[in-house]
Every structure is written in C-alpha cells, then in structure tokens.
Design a binder for this molecule. Sequence first.
Ligand code: SF4
Length: 323
Amino acid sequence: MLKFILNSVSQENFQKVKITWYGGEPFLECGRIREFLKKMEDTKIRVENVFVTNGTILTRRCLNMLQDANVDYIQITLDGTKDMHDKRRIKLNGEGTFDGIVDNIITLVKQNFQIVIRINVDKRNKNSCIKLIEFLANKFDKRLWKSGLITIDIARVFGSPYSLSMSEFFEVKERMLSSAYDSDMFRAEIPAGTFVCFCDAEKSSKDNLVIDEKGYVYKCWNYIFGDNNAYGYLDTKGNLKITNPKSKDRYISELSLSNIMNDCFKCKWFPLCRGMCPDFRSRMFEGTEEPIYETGVCKNLVRNHVEFLLKLKLREAKYAESH
Ligand code: SF4
C-alpha cells in the first residue's frame, strides 16, 4: 500500500492523502500503522487519518500512535444504552463493552481528538438509541458538543432481518435529533449533497480506493474481505492491477443515477438528495430494500426531513431573537 501511494503521488503529484483505517479493528495494529505513518512522514506528503474503531482497545501504544498521527476524527460506535449495547457487543469472556468504550471516549476527548459517536439503529435497539442521546447529553459537557469535538452520526443498519424501513428509520432519527437538539448537542443544518447518502464509489477516480489487508482493491467497503468482490489488487511493486473491471464499472455505470434513476435529475430535491448510495440502489433493485424510488416514498422522506430541520432552525432563530 505504501508503494502504491508513493507511486500515485509521484505520478499524479498529490499533495495530500486521506486514509480511513477501518477493520476488523485498526487499533489492534497500532504498531504497524505507526510504522506506516512514519514512512509517510519522510515523503513530506500531508496524511490525514480517520479511524473507525469499536473503541474497546486503547492502549498506551495506540495513544502514542494517535498523538503522532494527523488525526481528522475517530469514529466509535455505541449500540444503545449500556443494557442494550452490552447484550450486542460482548467480549470473549462474556463481559459487556459499554463502560470501557465510554471511558476510552473520555480519554480521547481529554486529549482533544475529535470523536464521532456512530449509532447504528435497527428494530431491536431503536428505543435504547433514543435513550442513549439523553445519556450522552449528561455524560459529556455541553461545550464539547457545541465546539464539535464530539458529534453523533445516526445510521440505519441495513441488510438485516431487523433493519428498519427507511420511513421507520427517519422517524427514529428525528426523535433522536430532536432530543439532541433540546440538549444542545446538535445544530440543525441542511447540508446540500449530504442528504440521505452520497458515495465516492460512483466516482471513476484512480485516487479513491478501498484496500484490504491482503492488498485486494474494492469499490465499496461493505464488501471487503471477500476477494470475489475485489476489482483488482496491489502487486508487490505497488501497481494497481485490475482483474475484474465489471465489478469496478458496476458502481460507475450500471448503478449510476443516469442509468437507473434518471428521474432524480428532474427531482426538486436534487441535490439535497442525490439518490442514495449505489449500494442502496443496488439492493432496492434486487428487492432486498424497500423500493422507495419506484413508489416515490423517497420524495416524502426528503421533504419531511427538510421540514423537520427547518422547524428546528426556526426555533433556533426565535430563541436567538428573544435573547
Ligand atoms: S428524492 Fe427520490 S427522486 Fe428525488 S433525488 Fe432523491 S432518490 Fe431521486
């Protein structure tokens, strides 16, 4: 991977590389990551790192690695309040992981690392996720939320028998956001282009790759570790060898908006919604996700969510005027 980055940088004259360390569990390999980043330092190329971790391991070695790295943010998942989380995320010895993760978040925040608390919601944990907001509001100082040092990212569990429909998910998400808003943890914004989802997999870029530990290269990180889904690999000289162009092009052409969801370009909610991510599109057309595009439900979801955010914004403006 290092050779590939160095080759790409010298050929394309990149100034910056952004790496999302994802697993498995990246903090199990802090030593190797540190070694890799040290080698990158010699190149004078700016490296920005994002860590997606389960938050259970935070050794001195990890902290040293993080302190030396240029960390954009660290994403850590909680699956609900302690009782729910500890039923779903247990150690080999049967103990729960909630308290340890929260302690590790506190340690990281004290060292000024930006933390994104990811909350994956499904049918089984939705009520607990709503309660989790209250727990987090009380656990962490308001200033941390206001400054953006801690933020929440609410996501829908997909591809499970317990997945919520998109309508159900947005209902839960809005309850969580309302609660977060009332607790001063969240400011209502309506960011263009980030509504629902948008994914780099549909870009035909040479500089945006998902690479697994064996060097296989993928378009979508939902399907890593199954080399059947890889579209190529990095050879020992750091060259990208494409072995399955179909798997690559599927995201760019077959699943593109212009190919299967052309109406999105005429939709008044575009670009607030960009037609969801290609993996969701693929699942919708395979019949494993609710066909919200074909039924037009997608437009209601976007409209309702924008109205919800506008209401919060209006409340904010009224509050500011009266103080
Ligand atoms: S709301 Fe529906 S039609 Fe409009 S851009 Fe989104 S997915 Fe496409």
